[in-house]
Design a protein around this ligand. Structure first.
Ligand SMILES: [Zn+2]
Length: 174
């Protein structure tokens, strides 16, 4: 007997994608919160297989902890994911980041040839996907990824705003 093909409606697929996006963004948010608790800027990222079923890596910022200016959440997660996948090209991967990636991280996402990027809140000042540069879908690059923005945006933004507000207040008390 032939296996029955299940024909899914586009709407149904979209709902599934949205549910998976929210689920993985929560994982990235968890890493962001843990980073914030450790005194890091609370940004988190995770790398997931493109069927949305397998978490390859999850990380928060570690720049202060590691004394490493390149230790952004996305960079650490990409490194770990490549190690797990045994491949420096992550062509079948989706990256979730709580905040719009910076120029360094956007460049790394292109180098890794990821399939899709999903981020939470924009970084109007330094974001390199939409806000300042468009490094992830630039015409001159031979790799372009799918991009989705605004997933759990309010939560992602609140976390980072709260961090900077607290830091400003503690600076004022010094
Ligand atoms: Zn970055």
């Amino acid at each position: 007997m032939m296996p029955q093909r299940i024909i899914r409606q586009p709407e149904e697929v979209r709902c599934e994608t949205a549910a998976a996006d929210a689920r993985w963004m929560l994982a990235a948010l968890g890493a962001a919160r843990a980073a914030g608790d450790a005194g890091e800027v609370p940004v988190g990222a995770c790398v997931v297989s493109c069927d949305g079923n397998r978490l390859l890596a999850v990380a928060g910022n570690l720049t202060r902890t590691n004394c490493d200016p390149t230790a952004h959440a996305e960079i650490i997660a990409l490194r770990d994911a490549a190690r797990v996948a045994g491949n420096y090209r992550l062509t079948d991967a989706i990256v979730y980041s709580t905040i719009e990636p910076c120029a360094m991280c956007a460049g790394a996402l292109v180098q890794a040839r990821i399939k899709r990027l999903v981020y939470g809140a924009r970084d109007e000042r330094a974001g390199a996907v939409h806000s300042q540069f468009r490094l992830c879908d630039a015409e001159i690059l031979n790799h372009r990824m799918e991009i989705a923005a605004g997933v759990l945006e309010a939560e992602c933004r609140a976390l980072i705003q709260e961090f900077f507000r607290a830091r400003r207040n503690s600076d004022r008390m010094k």
